[in-house]
Ligand binder design. Structure first.
Ligand code: HEC
Ligand SMILES: [Cu+2]
Length: 374
């Protein structure tokens, strides 16, 4: 039989191994590269620049850390009072050589590290130039992202989904919603932070200011992002996705978004009515910027909605139209999407609106089977 001390030791060792397993498991590939939000797997040159700075610094920190911890252990063990020994500690007053060296060495290390750091900061702050730059104004709202394409001619606008061509620099102007009165009101906005970890670092979006951030993706794919600054109730559901496409696919997408396939009047007639007044918040016109709610002209061309919280499909969409506040907490926002079930909207009516949106706002309509009868 094991004695008490042995049992304690064994339990301690087991706990330590379990802790290490759990900790190391979080470094595993299963949660790592495939989450599409991994700053350690950069997918473009700006995020790579950041990683190339972080990695050597990490190893410098490891060496310094091991040196300090190792030194501490060495001193603690080497100079400890041994059993049966009783001696007065030798009193020393200062040591000029030691003090100068532990001041100068860290100063030199930091000075050396500052050189590439400052160079990277300046390089990332430089606005891209050239004919292939894509300019997008990003308006951060509670709790979704509005993307307005500044040089797409007659102004393409999307919500929560940013299409970009691969291999081209994307120049983002980040801003809060326009000021409104009387304050406080929804449009005044709060601080958000735009972050797509695989494409660049994060940048705060501050009401009343215009901030700059650039993105670039090497390969077609979907890169996920999210608001990285707590901005109220649905902060966690203020996500976004960047859809990087070949330049040809991107151009085709721009053309499809510019087209007003179905007239504004027809779109409004299909979803809007004097009770619901969807159009008082939403725009059904492809080139309208600055509305307080997502532009719905090409809603069905998106893969997700409501701050990337829900995938765009029939079920999610009609439930949203029926009672949006129960699908995404909206608190006291002044111009939030109303709960239409309280305005006498029936589920059947919400389903009809969803079908209309899915069919008429799609570049290539594929009405879901549930809509066949409606
Ligand atoms: C008082 C303003 C207001 C009215 C009226 C309104 N909405 Fe909204 N709607 C919003 C806001 C704000 C959002 C964004 C919510 C979010 O993602 O946090 C939204 C989101 C949506 C979305 C998701 C869009 C996306 O890309 O994320 C759909 C679809 C939608 N509304 C449909 C409708 C329909 C249909 C009506 C009329 C029956 C309507 N809305 C009336 C404010 C409004
Ligand atoms: Cu936020």
């Amino acid at each position: 039989m094991l004695d008490r001390t042995h049992r304690f030791r064994r339990a301690g060792a087991t706990a330590a191994i379990a802790f290490a397993v759990v900790t190391l498991a979080s470094c595993g590939d299963s949660t790592g590269p495939r989450n599409k939000q991994n700053a350690l797997r950069p997918a473009g040159k700006y995020s790579r620049q950041i990683l190339h700075l972080t990695e050597p610094f990490f190893w410098i920190a490891v060496i310094v850390g091991l040196g300090v911890i190792g030194g501490t252990f060495f001193v603690a063990l080497r100079f400890r009072e041994k059993p049966g020994e009783e001696r007065a500690v030798k009193q020393v007053h200062g040591n000029t050589a030691l003090e100068i060296s532990w001041t100068v060495i860290p100063a030199v290390i930091l000075a050396v590290m500052a050189v590439p750091t400052v160079a990277t900061i300046f390089s990332l702050a430089k606005k891209p130039t050239g004919s292939n730059v894509v300019n997008v104004t990003v308006t951060a709202r509670q709790w979704w992202w509005q993307f307005h394409y500044d040089d797409a001619g007659n102004g393409v606008e999307t919500a929560n989904e940013l299409h970009i061509p691969v291999g081209a620099p994307i120049s983002l102007t980040l801003q809060g919603p326009p000021a409104c009165s009387p304050a406080p009101c929804y449009a005044n906005g709060v601080i958000h932070s735009f972050w797509v970890p695989e494409l660049n670092g994060k940048k705060d979006v501050v009401p009343g200011r215009k901030q700059f951030l650039k993105l670039e993706a090497d390969k077609p794919g979907i890169y996920l992002g999210q608001c990285a600054e707590y901005c109220g109730l649905s902060h966690a559901d203020m996500r976004l996705r960047v859809i990087a496409q070949s330049p040809a696919d991107y151009q085709a997408w721009v053309q499809s978004q510019k087209a007003q396939k179905v007239s504004v009047a027809a779109l409004e007639a299909g979803v809007n009515n004097p009770t619901y007044q969807c159009a008082s918040c939403h725009s059904f016109k492809s080139d309208t910027a600055g509305a307080v709610a997502p532009n719905l002209t090409h809603l069905a061309d998106r893969t997700a909605f409501a701050g990337d919280k829900y995938l765009l499909n029939y079920d999610n969409l009609w439930r949203w139209v029926y009672d949006a506040p129960s699908r995404k907490p909206m608190g006291k926002l002044v111009q939030h999407m109303p709960n239409f079930s309280q305005a006498n909207m029936s589920p059947a009516e919400a389903q009809k609106i969803a079908c209309f949106l899915l069919t008429n706002t799609a570049t290539n309509p594929k009405p879901p089977s549930e809509c066949a009868a409606k």
